[in-house]
Design a protein around this ligand. Structure first.
Ligand code: AMP
Length: 524
């Protein structure tokens, strides 16, 4: 008989096999697998006591915390659907999402209850307000999470019949130009993705994972499930801070972490690395945006840490391709390791031209990356038109441009919307950014296409300099000319104080472009 693939199996298995093993470290809290499971079960009981039923939506708005980890399993094991909110959004965004998803109960970290209070009167479906806080008085109008679960049974409550195609979560994507869309992920999507991570990133029982990645983002890429399933240890990091990262790696013996490229920079720039003794080189997985090749080279050469790159989307739970050194990808091929990857097990990739035909595997013809797999989401919550636009003839269209190389790697060129077309040539903005990141004065950069009378578009770079650095724009352009074909080089460099990013470290290039396109500024 076949059994459904349900993510709550991961915690059940580890708490049975390793009840005394350390499951979660969050500040002064250290929970064993049996403590973790008990708190999860108590929360499930409390949510059912409130009258919540299978299919109801429960939101969590919180930085990384043990509460956040608990919410994953407390909801899924009783058929509730988790809606993780991005805590960097403003109150109006929360209002839209909570109403759109019809959320019944909100689980909110103590630092964020005030934001929710701002919109409380306009939340149409929320009936229960639960504050996640260890110690201190509960905010007015809120119930305390810890009080709610105190006294609740620690055994798993009887669950309603849950099928692997039932939803685990609805993850709202950042929504760059339009309203955020609710990505519906099923048990099956998340289960299969967890298997992919275990297989390709080598997630294992001995792993101690540092949570630098926000848990709200695409369910923490499924790391909650993969690591719990193997009985590893979650080390929670609430906010990105170089010193704390190094301290935790040293103290807890961290072996593994996933992160957006921006966190790599924090690690590389941390000035007191020599104060820490790191006995075991950790594995670092980076995704969410193109990681600069210069960063990964430094991470490996200066620190001796091991870099892996994965590519995927919230809509694919997320793992689509993975890149690690192997027989076809030498360790020092930084360009390939940062931009390319092979399809993960169980993932079919096609790269299609604008007419929908597969492009040749010739190392140069680009097209849209399309995927077919058990990790592909089941649609956008209450947006069937958007679902139909994204999943066509069984293939999910990612909106990213890629190229096949001769050894079966997908090279990620750019997001379709960010690719620059100058004089009929496609220019990949990450390729130019990679060149700029090799310059020691460049702290951050973004390359965008802006209108040009002769070429249609031309690449320009917005650069944040390291403090004290004073290169001229010409120097940086010349630096690019030594490394890139002439037509790819930025024709102008603007120095800026900062670059707009989403909470997960993605550059919001549309915001940068806006000022050039909307004000009708021309760069000649
Ligand atoms: P999200 O759903 O918010 O995770 O965003 C997914 C998008 O992030 C993809 O469509 C890509 O444009 C980008 N992305 C994710 N991983 C990578 C990667 N390894 N390299 C380049 N871009 C990436």
């Amino acid at each position: 008989m076949q059994v459904p693939l349900l993510v709550d199996d991961f915690l059940r298995r580890s708490s049975l096999l390793y009840p005394d093993k350390l499951a979660v470290v969050d500040g002064e809290h250290r929970y064993s697998y049996s403590d973790f499971h008990a708190r999860v079960n108590q929360l499930s009981h409390a949510l059912l006591e409130l009258g919540l039923e299978k299919g109801d939506r429960v939101c969590i708005l919180s930085p990384n915390s043990h509460f956040f980890l608990e919410s994953f399993y407390a909801t899924s094991q009783v058929g509730l659907i988790l809606v993780p909110l991005n805590y960097r959004l403003v109150a109006a965004d929360h209002e839209y999402i909570l109403n759109h998803a019809g959320v019944k109960a909100v689980l909110v970290d103590w630092e964020y209850t005030a934001v929710v209070d701002e919109i409380r009167d306009r939340l149409e479906t929320v009936e229960h307000w639960i504050e996640a806080r260890d110690g201190g008085p509960t905010a007015e109008g809120w119930s305390s999470w810890n009080e709610l679960i105190a006294g609740a049974p620690t055994e798993t409550p009887p669950a309603p019949q849950v099928d692997e195609n039932d939803l685990v979560s609805i993850n709202y994507t950042s929504g760059t130009t339009a309203r955020p869309k609710g990505v519906m992920l099923t048990h099956r999507n998340c289960y299969v993705n967890a298997y992919g991570l275990i297989a390709h990133l080598g997630v294992r029982h001995e792993d101690v994972e540092l949570w630098t990645l926000p848990m709200f983002h695409c369910n923490g890429w499924g790391g909650v499930y993969a690591l719990t399933g193997m009985g590893g240890t979650h080390v929670v990091l609430r906010a990105i801070d170089g010193e704390e990262i190094f301290e935790l790696i040293e103290r807890e013996g961290v072996t593994f972490a996933c992160m957006a490229p921006a966190v790599l920079r924090t690690i590389l720039d941390y000035p007191h690395k020599d104060r820490h003794t790191i006995s075991q080189a950790p594995r670092f997985t980076v995704a969410g945006a193109p990681p600069p090749a210069a960063f990964i080279q430094r991470l490996e050469e200066e620190l001796g840490w091991n870099f892996m790159q994965i590519y995927g989307l919230t809509e694919t739970a997320p793992l689509l391709t993975v890149s690690k050194p192997d027989h076809a990808t030498p360790k020092d091929d930084w360009a390939r390791r940062s931009r390319a990857g092979v399809p993960a097990l169980g993932v079919e990739i096609e790269i299609r031209d604008p007419d929908g035909h597969p492009v040749p595997r010739d190392g140069e013809t680009s097209g849209e990356i399309c995927a077919r797999s058990n990790v592909v989401f089941s649609g956008y919550w209450e947006q069937p038109d958007q679902t139909d636009a994204a999943i066509r003839d069984g293939w999910f269209h990612t909106g990213d441009l890629g190229v096949w190389d001769s050894v079966g790697n997908v090279h990620i060129v750019d997001r379709k919307k960010d690719v620059i077309i100058s004089g009929g040539e496609n220019i990949s903005s990450p390729e130019i950014e990679d060149a700029l990141y090799q310059h020691p004065a460049v702290l951050e950069c973004a390359v965008i296409g802006v209108p040009h009378e002769k070429w249609g578009e031309t690449p320009i770079a917005l650069v944040v300099l390291r403090s004290g650095a004073t290169p001229s724009a010409e120097e940086l352009i010349d630096f690019c000319r030594e490394r890139l074909a002439h037509f790819k080089c930025p024709t102008r460099i603007d120095f800026v104080e900062e670059l707009p990013r989403t909470a997960t470290g993605k550059l919001q290039k549309f915001r940068l472009r806006e000022s050039f396109w909307e004000e009708g500024r021309k760069v000649n």
